[in-house]
Design a protein around this ligand. Structure first.
Ligand code: GAP
Length: 524
Protein backbone atom coordinates (compact mmCIF):
# COMPACT_ATOMS: atom_id res chain seq x y z
CA UNK A 1 0.00 0.00 0.00
CA UNK A 2 1.16 3.50 -0.77
CA UNK A 3 1.54 4.72 2.81
CA UNK A 4 1.86 8.46 2.37
CA UNK A 5 2.20 8.56 6.13
CA UNK A 6 5.79 7.52 5.92
CA UNK A 7 6.76 10.12 3.35
CA UNK A 8 4.66 12.98 4.69
CA UNK A 9 5.60 15.92 6.86
CA UNK A 10 6.80 15.08 10.32
CA UNK A 11 5.34 16.57 13.48
CA UNK A 12 7.92 18.50 15.46
CA UNK A 13 8.18 18.76 19.22
CA UNK A 14 9.29 21.93 21.05
CA UNK A 15 12.93 21.18 20.21
CA UNK A 16 12.23 20.59 16.54
CA UNK A 17 12.60 16.80 16.77
CA UNK A 18 10.44 14.62 14.60
CA UNK A 19 7.69 12.82 16.53
CA UNK A 20 8.35 9.22 15.54
CA UNK A 21 5.68 7.85 17.86
CA UNK A 22 3.12 10.02 16.09
CA UNK A 23 4.29 8.90 12.66
CA UNK A 24 4.23 5.34 13.89
CA UNK A 25 0.55 5.78 14.65
CA UNK A 26 -0.13 6.68 11.02
CA UNK A 27 1.81 3.62 9.84
CA UNK A 28 -0.18 1.45 12.22
CA UNK A 29 -3.47 2.89 10.99
CA UNK A 30 -2.55 2.30 7.34
CA UNK A 31 -1.52 -1.26 8.16
CA UNK A 32 -4.65 -1.97 10.20
CA UNK A 33 -6.80 -0.55 7.40
CA UNK A 34 -5.36 -3.02 4.92
CA UNK A 35 -5.11 -6.01 7.27
CA UNK A 36 -8.68 -5.78 8.49
CA UNK A 37 -10.38 -4.51 5.33
CA UNK A 38 -11.05 -0.84 6.02
CA UNK A 39 -9.13 0.71 3.11
CA UNK A 40 -7.28 -0.86 0.18
CA UNK A 41 -5.09 0.71 -2.47
CA UNK A 42 -7.15 1.08 -5.64
CA UNK A 43 -6.27 -1.41 -8.43
CA UNK A 44 -3.68 -2.98 -6.14
CA UNK A 45 -3.11 -6.07 -8.31
CA UNK A 46 -1.90 -3.76 -11.11
CA UNK A 47 0.49 -1.93 -8.83
CA UNK A 48 -2.10 0.51 -7.48
CA UNK A 49 -3.25 3.90 -8.67
CA UNK A 50 -1.56 6.62 -6.64
CA UNK A 51 -3.79 8.37 -4.13
CA UNK A 52 -6.89 6.37 -5.09
CA UNK A 53 -8.41 4.17 -2.42
CA UNK A 54 -11.15 1.58 -2.10
CA UNK A 55 -13.13 1.26 1.11
CA UNK A 56 -13.31 -2.40 2.06
CA UNK A 57 -16.11 -4.23 3.90
CA UNK A 58 -15.39 -2.48 7.21
CA UNK A 59 -14.34 0.89 5.74
CA UNK A 60 -17.54 1.26 3.77
CA UNK A 61 -19.54 0.68 6.98
CA UNK A 62 -17.50 3.23 8.93
CA UNK A 63 -17.81 5.80 6.14
CA UNK A 64 -21.56 5.20 5.76
CA UNK A 65 -22.05 5.44 9.52
CA UNK A 66 -20.25 8.80 9.68
CA UNK A 67 -22.33 10.09 6.78
CA UNK A 68 -25.52 8.73 8.38
CA UNK A 69 -24.76 10.46 11.68
CA UNK A 70 -24.08 13.71 9.81
CA UNK A 71 -27.34 13.34 7.88
CA UNK A 72 -29.23 12.59 11.09
CA UNK A 73 -27.82 15.71 12.77
CA UNK A 74 -28.29 17.94 9.73
CA UNK A 75 -31.55 16.71 8.21
CA UNK A 76 -33.55 14.23 10.33
CA UNK A 77 -33.19 16.07 13.63
CA UNK A 78 -34.14 19.47 12.19
CA UNK A 79 -37.02 21.10 10.40
CA UNK A 80 -34.95 23.74 8.65
CA UNK A 81 -32.66 21.60 6.45
CA UNK A 82 -33.55 19.37 3.50
CA UNK A 83 -31.40 17.08 1.39
CA UNK A 84 -30.19 16.96 -2.21
CA UNK A 85 -28.32 14.41 -4.29
CA UNK A 86 -27.09 16.20 -7.40
CA UNK A 87 -25.25 14.87 -10.41
CA UNK A 88 -21.47 14.96 -10.39
CA UNK A 89 -21.29 16.49 -13.86
CA UNK A 90 -22.98 19.85 -14.26
CA UNK A 91 -23.34 22.43 -17.01
CA UNK A 92 -19.88 23.93 -17.67
CA UNK A 93 -21.39 27.40 -17.12
CA UNK A 94 -21.70 26.50 -13.43
CA UNK A 95 -17.90 26.33 -13.12
CA UNK A 96 -17.39 29.39 -15.28
CA UNK A 97 -19.75 31.38 -13.04
CA UNK A 98 -18.47 30.02 -9.73
CA UNK A 99 -14.95 31.03 -10.71
CA UNK A 100 -13.60 27.46 -10.68
CA UNK A 101 -12.67 27.49 -14.38
CA UNK A 102 -10.56 30.61 -14.12
CA UNK A 103 -9.40 30.52 -10.55
CA UNK A 104 -9.46 27.04 -9.03
CA UNK A 105 -5.76 26.44 -9.46
CA UNK A 106 -2.56 25.95 -7.52
CA UNK A 107 0.88 27.35 -8.44
CA UNK A 108 2.88 24.46 -9.91
CA UNK A 109 6.68 24.33 -10.13
CA UNK A 110 9.20 21.78 -11.43
CA UNK A 111 12.51 21.16 -9.72
CA UNK A 112 15.21 21.36 -12.39
CA UNK A 113 17.50 19.18 -10.24
CA UNK A 114 15.44 16.15 -9.11
CA UNK A 115 12.41 16.70 -11.42
CA UNK A 116 9.91 16.76 -8.52
CA UNK A 117 6.68 18.64 -9.37
CA UNK A 118 5.31 20.50 -6.38
CA UNK A 119 3.06 23.32 -5.11
CA UNK A 120 4.95 26.58 -4.72
CA UNK A 121 2.76 27.74 -1.84
CA UNK A 122 3.56 24.60 0.20
CA UNK A 123 7.31 24.53 -0.50
CA UNK A 124 9.87 25.09 2.30
CA UNK A 125 10.76 28.77 2.62
CA UNK A 126 14.33 30.07 2.44
CA UNK A 127 15.55 33.67 2.53
CA UNK A 128 16.23 35.13 -0.93
CA UNK A 129 19.93 35.37 -1.91
CA UNK A 130 21.00 32.83 0.72
CA UNK A 131 22.85 29.77 -0.56
CA UNK A 132 21.14 26.38 -0.59
CA UNK A 133 23.06 23.08 -0.67
CA UNK A 134 21.63 20.05 -2.44
CA UNK A 135 22.67 16.80 -4.10
CA UNK A 136 22.88 16.42 -7.86
CA UNK A 137 19.78 14.63 -9.15
CA UNK A 138 18.46 14.60 -5.59
CA UNK A 139 20.39 11.38 -4.83
CA UNK A 140 22.20 10.90 -1.52
CA UNK A 141 25.25 9.62 -3.41
CA UNK A 142 25.25 12.59 -5.81
CA UNK A 143 27.72 15.42 -6.01
CA UNK A 144 27.15 18.26 -3.48
CA UNK A 145 25.98 21.45 -5.26
CA UNK A 146 25.21 24.96 -4.14
CA UNK A 147 23.07 27.71 -5.65
CA UNK A 148 21.50 30.96 -4.47
CA UNK A 149 17.80 31.08 -3.59
CA UNK A 150 16.01 33.40 -5.97
CA UNK A 151 13.59 36.19 -5.06
CA UNK A 152 10.68 33.74 -4.81
CA UNK A 153 12.17 32.51 -1.54
CA UNK A 154 11.52 28.78 -1.59
CA UNK A 155 13.32 25.53 -2.45
CA UNK A 156 12.34 22.06 -3.67
CA UNK A 157 10.60 20.11 -0.88
CA UNK A 158 12.39 16.88 -1.89
CA UNK A 159 16.03 17.74 -2.62
CA UNK A 160 16.25 21.33 -1.31
CA UNK A 161 17.46 22.76 -4.64
CA UNK A 162 16.63 26.38 -5.45
CA UNK A 163 17.01 25.68 -9.20
CA UNK A 164 13.35 25.73 -10.20
CA UNK A 165 11.12 26.33 -13.21
CA UNK A 166 8.86 29.37 -13.20
CA UNK A 167 5.44 29.03 -11.53
CA UNK A 168 2.45 28.18 -13.70
CA UNK A 169 -1.18 27.92 -12.63
CA UNK A 170 -2.58 24.40 -12.70
CA UNK A 171 -6.37 24.00 -12.68
CA UNK A 172 -7.49 21.33 -10.23
CA UNK A 173 -10.67 20.31 -12.04
CA UNK A 174 -10.78 17.00 -13.90
CA UNK A 175 -11.97 17.58 -17.45
CA UNK A 176 -13.72 15.01 -19.58
CA UNK A 177 -15.91 15.09 -22.71
CA UNK A 178 -19.63 14.48 -23.09
CA UNK A 179 -21.40 13.26 -26.22
CA UNK A 180 -20.47 11.08 -29.20
CA UNK A 181 -17.98 13.61 -30.55
CA UNK A 182 -14.26 12.99 -30.75
CA UNK A 183 -12.67 16.40 -30.17
CA UNK A 184 -9.33 15.10 -31.40
CA UNK A 185 -10.83 14.47 -34.89
CA UNK A 186 -12.10 18.06 -34.92
CA UNK A 187 -8.67 19.18 -33.86
CA UNK A 188 -6.94 17.12 -36.57
CA UNK A 189 -9.29 18.60 -39.22
CA UNK A 190 -8.76 22.15 -37.95
CA UNK A 191 -4.95 21.96 -38.28
CA UNK A 192 -4.70 19.84 -41.45
CA UNK A 193 -2.36 21.46 -43.97
CA UNK A 194 -1.61 24.45 -41.73
CA UNK A 195 1.78 25.45 -40.49
CA UNK A 196 1.01 26.53 -36.93
CA UNK A 197 3.17 27.64 -34.04
CA UNK A 198 3.14 25.61 -30.83
CA UNK A 199 1.02 28.33 -29.24
CA UNK A 200 -1.55 28.27 -32.06
CA UNK A 201 -1.67 24.48 -31.95
CA UNK A 202 -2.33 24.63 -28.20
CA UNK A 203 -5.14 27.16 -28.75
CA UNK A 204 -6.76 24.99 -31.46
CA UNK A 205 -6.56 21.93 -29.26
CA UNK A 206 -8.09 23.82 -26.34
CA UNK A 207 -10.90 25.05 -28.61
CA UNK A 208 -11.68 21.50 -29.80
CA UNK A 209 -11.63 20.01 -26.31
CA UNK A 210 -13.67 22.84 -24.78
CA UNK A 211 -16.55 22.21 -27.22
CA UNK A 212 -17.49 18.94 -25.48
CA UNK A 213 -15.89 19.58 -22.09
CA UNK A 214 -17.63 18.77 -18.85
CA UNK A 215 -15.97 18.68 -15.45
CA UNK A 216 -16.10 16.37 -12.46
CA UNK A 217 -17.32 18.58 -9.64
CA UNK A 218 -14.56 19.81 -7.32
CA UNK A 219 -17.12 20.45 -4.54
CA UNK A 220 -20.72 19.45 -3.93
CA UNK A 221 -21.68 23.02 -2.97
CA UNK A 222 -22.49 24.51 -6.38
CA UNK A 223 -25.47 22.21 -7.01
CA UNK A 224 -27.11 23.56 -3.86
CA UNK A 225 -26.82 27.11 -5.18
CA UNK A 226 -28.08 26.36 -8.66
CA UNK A 227 -31.00 24.27 -7.29
CA UNK A 228 -31.86 26.90 -4.65
CA UNK A 229 -35.13 27.94 -6.34
CA UNK A 230 -36.31 24.39 -7.13
CA UNK A 231 -35.70 23.28 -3.57
CA UNK A 232 -37.21 26.37 -1.95
CA UNK A 233 -40.30 26.36 -4.14
CA UNK A 234 -41.02 22.63 -3.89
CA UNK A 235 -40.59 22.55 -0.11
CA UNK A 236 -41.85 26.08 0.75
CA UNK A 237 -38.90 26.38 3.12
CA UNK A 238 -38.62 29.76 4.78
CA UNK A 239 -35.31 31.56 5.29
CA UNK A 240 -33.31 30.65 7.32
CA UNK A 241 -33.10 27.17 5.83
CA UNK A 242 -30.45 24.82 4.52
CA UNK A 243 -29.75 22.28 1.79
CA UNK A 244 -27.49 19.35 2.70
CA UNK A 245 -25.61 16.98 0.46
CA UNK A 246 -23.12 14.12 0.79
CA UNK A 247 -21.20 12.99 -2.25
CA UNK A 248 -18.06 12.55 -4.27
CA UNK A 249 -15.84 15.43 -5.32
CA UNK A 250 -12.74 15.35 -7.48
CA UNK A 251 -9.61 17.49 -7.50
CA UNK A 252 -6.50 16.85 -9.54
CA UNK A 253 -4.32 17.63 -6.51
CA UNK A 254 -0.66 18.30 -7.31
CA UNK A 255 0.31 16.88 -3.95
CA UNK A 256 -1.66 13.98 -2.51
CA UNK A 257 -0.62 13.12 1.01
CA UNK A 258 -1.16 11.29 4.26
CA UNK A 259 -3.18 8.32 3.02
CA UNK A 260 -6.84 9.39 2.51
CA UNK A 261 -6.25 12.87 3.99
CA UNK A 262 -5.70 14.47 0.58
CA UNK A 263 -6.67 12.43 -2.45
CA UNK A 264 -7.93 13.19 -5.94
CA UNK A 265 -11.29 11.48 -5.43
CA UNK A 266 -12.92 12.08 -2.06
CA UNK A 267 -16.28 12.64 -0.41
CA UNK A 268 -17.72 15.73 1.16
CA UNK A 269 -20.60 16.48 3.52
CA UNK A 270 -21.67 20.04 2.76
CA UNK A 271 -24.60 22.18 3.80
CA UNK A 272 -25.57 25.58 2.45
CA UNK A 273 -27.57 27.52 5.03
CA UNK A 274 -29.49 30.43 3.45
CA UNK A 275 -29.98 33.39 5.78
CA UNK A 276 -31.18 36.98 5.88
CA UNK A 277 -28.45 39.55 5.02
CA UNK A 278 -26.95 41.00 8.19
CA UNK A 279 -27.43 37.84 10.27
CA UNK A 280 -24.25 36.12 9.10
CA UNK A 281 -22.25 36.80 12.27
CA UNK A 282 -24.89 35.07 14.42
CA UNK A 283 -25.25 32.07 12.12
CA UNK A 284 -21.52 31.63 11.58
CA UNK A 285 -21.01 31.34 15.34
CA UNK A 286 -24.03 29.02 15.59
CA UNK A 287 -22.69 26.64 12.93
CA UNK A 288 -19.13 26.71 14.29
CA UNK A 289 -20.44 25.60 17.71
CA UNK A 290 -22.75 22.97 16.21
CA UNK A 291 -20.16 21.44 13.98
CA UNK A 292 -17.22 21.29 16.37
CA UNK A 293 -19.65 19.90 18.97
CA UNK A 294 -20.71 17.22 16.50
CA UNK A 295 -17.15 15.95 15.99
CA UNK A 296 -16.37 16.08 19.71
CA UNK A 297 -19.48 14.05 20.54
CA UNK A 298 -18.03 11.03 18.72
CA UNK A 299 -14.43 11.53 19.87
CA UNK A 300 -12.37 9.90 22.60
CA UNK A 301 -10.10 12.97 22.68
CA UNK A 302 -12.40 15.97 22.00
CA UNK A 303 -9.53 18.38 22.68
CA UNK A 304 -7.88 17.25 19.43
CA UNK A 305 -10.63 19.05 17.48
CA UNK A 306 -10.41 22.85 17.48
CA UNK A 307 -11.77 25.90 15.69
CA UNK A 308 -9.38 28.31 13.97
CA UNK A 309 -10.47 31.60 12.44
CA UNK A 310 -8.98 32.42 9.03
CA UNK A 311 -6.63 35.37 8.81
CA UNK A 312 -7.75 38.18 6.53
CA UNK A 313 -5.32 37.07 3.78
CA UNK A 314 -6.59 33.47 3.86
CA UNK A 315 -10.19 34.41 3.08
CA UNK A 316 -11.56 33.32 -0.30
CA UNK A 317 -12.78 36.20 -2.49
CA UNK A 318 -16.42 35.28 -1.76
CA UNK A 319 -16.06 35.06 2.00
CA UNK A 320 -16.35 37.73 4.69
CA UNK A 321 -15.33 35.39 7.52
CA UNK A 322 -14.34 31.74 7.82
CA UNK A 323 -13.31 29.17 10.41
CA UNK A 324 -11.68 25.79 10.01
CA UNK A 325 -12.37 22.85 12.26
CA UNK A 326 -8.91 21.40 12.62
CA UNK A 327 -7.76 18.04 13.92
CA UNK A 328 -4.44 17.38 15.62
CA UNK A 329 -3.09 14.90 13.04
CA UNK A 330 0.19 13.02 13.60
CA UNK A 331 1.90 15.68 11.42
CA UNK A 332 0.25 18.65 13.21
CA UNK A 333 -3.02 20.59 13.18
CA UNK A 334 -4.78 20.46 9.82
CA UNK A 335 -8.15 21.13 8.23
CA UNK A 336 -11.10 18.78 8.60
CA UNK A 337 -14.00 21.11 7.83
CA UNK A 338 -14.35 24.70 6.64
CA UNK A 339 -17.22 26.87 7.88
CA UNK A 340 -17.47 29.87 5.58
CA UNK A 341 -19.65 32.93 5.55
CA UNK A 342 -20.07 33.13 1.75
CA UNK A 343 -22.17 36.33 1.63
CA UNK A 344 -24.61 36.45 -1.33
CA UNK A 345 -21.76 35.85 -3.78
CA UNK A 346 -22.88 32.53 -5.25
CA UNK A 347 -26.61 33.23 -5.68
CA UNK A 348 -25.87 36.68 -7.11
CA UNK A 349 -23.36 35.31 -9.60
CA UNK A 350 -25.59 32.42 -10.73
CA UNK A 351 -28.58 34.78 -11.01
CA UNK A 352 -26.66 37.16 -13.24
CA UNK A 353 -25.20 34.39 -15.42
CA UNK A 354 -28.35 32.28 -15.82
CA UNK A 355 -31.08 34.91 -15.72
CA UNK A 356 -32.89 32.92 -12.98
CA UNK A 357 -34.08 35.02 -10.06
CA UNK A 358 -32.29 33.28 -7.21
CA UNK A 359 -33.85 35.43 -4.52
CA UNK A 360 -36.30 35.09 -1.65
CA UNK A 361 -39.46 37.07 -0.87
CA UNK A 362 -40.26 37.53 2.82
CA UNK A 363 -43.90 38.62 3.15
CA UNK A 364 -43.61 39.20 6.89
CA UNK A 365 -40.84 41.80 6.69
CA UNK A 366 -40.73 45.37 5.41
CA UNK A 367 -38.21 46.23 2.72
CA UNK A 368 -35.48 48.06 4.68
CA UNK A 369 -34.85 50.57 1.86
CA UNK A 370 -38.45 51.50 0.95
CA UNK A 371 -40.12 50.66 4.30
CA UNK A 372 -42.95 48.98 2.35
CA UNK A 373 -44.37 45.55 3.38
CA UNK A 374 -42.61 42.58 1.78
CA UNK A 375 -38.87 42.23 1.26
CA UNK A 376 -37.19 40.54 -1.71
CA UNK A 377 -33.53 39.85 -1.17
CA UNK A 378 -30.71 37.53 -2.18
CA UNK A 379 -30.00 35.30 0.81
CA UNK A 380 -26.55 35.18 2.40
CA UNK A 381 -25.02 31.76 2.99
CA UNK A 382 -23.19 30.02 5.82
CA UNK A 383 -21.49 26.84 4.57
CA UNK A 384 -20.20 24.07 6.84
CA UNK A 385 -18.16 21.92 4.41
CA UNK A 386 -16.64 18.75 5.85
CA UNK A 387 -14.53 16.04 4.27
CA UNK A 388 -16.17 12.64 4.77
CA UNK A 389 -13.14 10.60 3.77
CA UNK A 390 -10.97 12.90 5.90
CA UNK A 391 -13.36 12.33 8.81
CA UNK A 392 -12.86 8.56 8.37
CA UNK A 393 -9.12 9.12 8.94
CA UNK A 394 -9.72 11.42 11.96
CA UNK A 395 -12.03 8.97 13.69
CA UNK A 396 -9.60 6.10 13.06
CA UNK A 397 -6.74 8.15 14.52
CA UNK A 398 -8.91 9.19 17.46
CA UNK A 399 -10.06 5.62 18.15
CA UNK A 400 -6.75 3.75 17.89
CA UNK A 401 -5.41 2.67 21.27
CA UNK A 402 -3.02 0.09 22.63
CA UNK A 403 -3.72 -1.29 26.11
CA UNK A 404 -1.10 -3.34 27.91
CA UNK A 405 -2.62 -6.46 29.41
CA UNK A 406 -2.61 -10.23 29.47
CA UNK A 407 -4.19 -12.36 26.80
CA UNK A 408 -6.62 -15.23 27.34
CA UNK A 409 -3.69 -17.57 27.99
CA UNK A 410 -2.21 -15.25 30.63
CA UNK A 411 0.59 -13.98 28.34
CA UNK A 412 1.52 -10.28 28.49
CA UNK A 413 0.60 -8.56 25.28
CA UNK A 414 -0.57 -5.33 23.78
CA UNK A 415 -4.29 -5.21 23.14
CA UNK A 416 -5.10 -3.05 20.10
CA UNK A 417 -8.52 -1.51 20.55
CA UNK A 418 -10.31 0.68 18.05
CA UNK A 419 -12.44 2.71 20.44
CA UNK A 420 -14.85 3.91 17.78
CA UNK A 421 -18.06 5.49 19.03
CA UNK A 422 -20.61 2.62 18.92
CA UNK A 423 -22.72 4.51 16.38
CA UNK A 424 -19.73 4.71 14.02
CA UNK A 425 -18.48 1.15 14.55
CA UNK A 426 -18.85 -1.11 11.46
CA UNK A 427 -20.39 -3.96 13.51
CA UNK A 428 -22.52 -3.06 16.52
CA UNK A 429 -22.03 -6.52 18.04
CA UNK A 430 -20.36 -9.85 17.35
CA UNK A 431 -22.30 -13.01 18.13
CA UNK A 432 -19.88 -15.77 19.04
CA UNK A 433 -20.54 -19.45 19.80
CA UNK A 434 -17.98 -20.50 22.39
CA UNK A 435 -17.40 -23.79 20.53
CA UNK A 436 -18.45 -25.09 17.11
CA UNK A 437 -20.61 -27.85 18.63
CA UNK A 438 -23.07 -28.64 21.44
CA UNK A 439 -25.79 -26.46 19.92
CA UNK A 440 -23.78 -23.23 20.37
CA UNK A 441 -23.68 -22.28 16.64
CA UNK A 442 -27.42 -22.89 16.22
CA UNK A 443 -28.30 -20.71 19.22
CA UNK A 444 -25.88 -18.00 18.09
CA UNK A 445 -27.44 -17.95 14.62
CA UNK A 446 -30.89 -17.49 16.17
CA UNK A 447 -29.56 -14.42 18.01
CA UNK A 448 -27.94 -13.11 14.81
CA UNK A 449 -31.31 -13.41 13.04
CA UNK A 450 -32.96 -11.37 15.83
CA UNK A 451 -30.41 -8.57 15.40
CA UNK A 452 -30.74 -8.58 11.62
CA UNK A 453 -34.54 -8.38 11.92
CA UNK A 454 -34.00 -5.27 14.06
CA UNK A 455 -31.78 -3.76 11.33
CA UNK A 456 -28.59 -3.94 13.39
CA UNK A 457 -25.37 -4.89 11.60
CA UNK A 458 -23.75 -7.75 13.53
CA UNK A 459 -21.06 -10.27 12.80
CA UNK A 460 -21.40 -14.03 13.29
CA UNK A 461 -17.96 -15.41 14.00
CA UNK A 462 -17.03 -19.01 14.87
CA UNK A 463 -13.44 -19.24 13.56
CA UNK A 464 -10.45 -19.50 15.94
CA UNK A 465 -10.33 -19.48 19.74
CA UNK A 466 -12.65 -17.18 21.66
CA UNK A 467 -9.67 -15.07 22.81
CA UNK A 468 -8.51 -14.49 19.24
CA UNK A 469 -12.05 -13.55 18.22
CA UNK A 470 -12.27 -11.02 21.06
CA UNK A 471 -8.91 -9.58 19.98
CA UNK A 472 -10.06 -9.30 16.37
CA UNK A 473 -13.28 -7.52 17.31
CA UNK A 474 -11.38 -5.16 19.65
CA UNK A 475 -9.14 -4.27 16.72
CA UNK A 476 -12.01 -3.53 14.33
CA UNK A 477 -13.98 -1.58 16.91
CA UNK A 478 -16.94 -3.90 17.59
CA UNK A 479 -18.32 -2.46 20.85
CA UNK A 480 -20.00 -5.64 22.16
CA UNK A 481 -19.32 -9.37 21.89
CA UNK A 482 -22.15 -11.71 22.86
CA UNK A 483 -20.96 -15.22 23.59
CA UNK A 484 -23.15 -18.30 23.56
CA UNK A 485 -21.82 -20.92 25.99
CA UNK A 486 -23.02 -24.01 27.85
CA UNK A 487 -24.99 -21.91 30.32
CA UNK A 488 -26.92 -20.24 27.51
CA UNK A 489 -28.65 -23.52 26.70
CA UNK A 490 -29.48 -24.04 30.37
CA UNK A 491 -30.72 -20.62 31.55
CA UNK A 492 -31.15 -18.58 28.34
CA UNK A 493 -28.41 -16.04 29.10
CA UNK A 494 -25.31 -14.95 27.16
CA UNK A 495 -22.23 -13.03 28.19
CA UNK A 496 -21.91 -9.50 26.87
CA UNK A 497 -18.34 -8.23 26.73
CA UNK A 498 -17.58 -4.54 26.60
CA UNK A 499 -14.81 -3.70 24.09
CA UNK A 500 -13.25 -0.82 26.02
CA UNK A 501 -13.16 -2.38 29.49
CA UNK A 502 -13.05 -6.06 28.44
CA UNK A 503 -15.50 -6.76 31.30
CA UNK A 504 -18.25 -9.33 30.87
CA UNK A 505 -21.70 -9.66 32.39
CA UNK A 506 -24.57 -12.06 31.70
CA UNK A 507 -27.81 -10.86 30.14
CA UNK A 508 -30.93 -12.77 29.02
CA UNK A 509 -30.91 -13.71 25.32
CA UNK A 510 -34.47 -12.37 25.18
CA UNK A 511 -33.28 -8.84 25.93
CA UNK A 512 -29.99 -8.94 23.95
CA UNK A 513 -31.26 -6.78 21.06
CA UNK A 514 -32.87 -4.27 23.43
CA UNK A 515 -29.71 -4.07 25.57
CA UNK A 516 -27.49 -3.29 22.59
CA UNK A 517 -30.02 -0.82 21.17
CA UNK A 518 -30.23 1.01 24.51
CA UNK A 519 -26.45 1.25 24.70
CA UNK A 520 -26.28 2.56 21.11
CA UNK A 521 -28.83 5.24 21.94
CA UNK A 522 -26.89 6.44 25.01
CA UNK A 523 -25.78 10.06 24.79
CA UNK A 524 -28.52 10.99 22.34
N1 GAP B 1 -17.46 24.14 -0.78
C1 GAP B 1 -16.33 24.51 0.00
C2 GAP B 1 -15.24 23.55 -0.07
O1 GAP B 1 -15.23 22.63 -0.86
P1 GAP B 1 -12.90 23.04 0.93
O2 GAP B 1 -12.25 23.57 2.17
O3 GAP B 1 -12.15 23.12 -0.33
O4 GAP B 1 -14.29 23.80 0.84
C3 GAP B 1 -14.10 21.16 2.29
O5 GAP B 1 -13.33 21.52 1.18
C4 GAP B 1 -13.53 19.93 2.95
O6 GAP B 1 -13.38 18.89 1.98
C5 GAP B 1 -12.13 20.12 3.53
O7 GAP B 1 -12.18 20.67 4.82
C6 GAP B 1 -11.59 18.70 3.54
O8 GAP B 1 -12.04 18.01 4.69
C7 GAP B 1 -12.27 18.09 2.32
N2 GAP B 1 -11.30 18.04 1.19
C8 GAP B 1 -10.97 19.03 0.35
N3 GAP B 1 -10.06 18.61 -0.55
C9 GAP B 1 -9.82 17.30 -0.26
C10 GAP B 1 -8.97 16.29 -0.83
N4 GAP B 1 -8.22 16.53 -1.90
N5 GAP B 1 -8.97 15.05 -0.28
C11 GAP B 1 -9.75 14.77 0.80
N6 GAP B 1 -10.57 15.68 1.37
C12 GAP B 1 -10.60 16.94 0.86
Amino acid sequence: MNADATSGKVKKDGQGNAGNAELDLMTKIVSLCKRRGFVFQSSEIYGGLKSCYDYGPLGVELKRNIAAEWWRAMVYKREDIVGLDASIMMHPKVWETSGHLAGFSDPLVDCLNCKERFRADKAPRAAASTTASFRKGGKASGEELQAPVDARGYVCPVCGAPTLSSERQFNLMFRTGMGPVDPLSDFARSIAGKDLSAEDLRAKLEEAVRSTAVYLRPETAQAMFVQFLNVQQTTSMKVPFGIAQVGKSFRNEIVTEHFVFRSCEFEQMEMEFFIEPGTQEHWLKYWCDERVGWFRKYANAPERFRLRQHDEDELAHYSDDCYDIEYDYPWGWGELEGIASRTDYDLTKHSAASGAKLSYFDQQKNDPTTGKPGWRYTPYVIEPAAGLTRAVLCFLLDAYSEDKGVDYEGQEKIRVVLKLHPRLAPFKAAILPLVKKDGHPEKAREIVAEFRRAGINVSYDEQQSIGKRYAKHDEIGTPYCLTVDGQTLVDGTVTIRDRDTATQTRIPVASAVATVMTRLAQGE
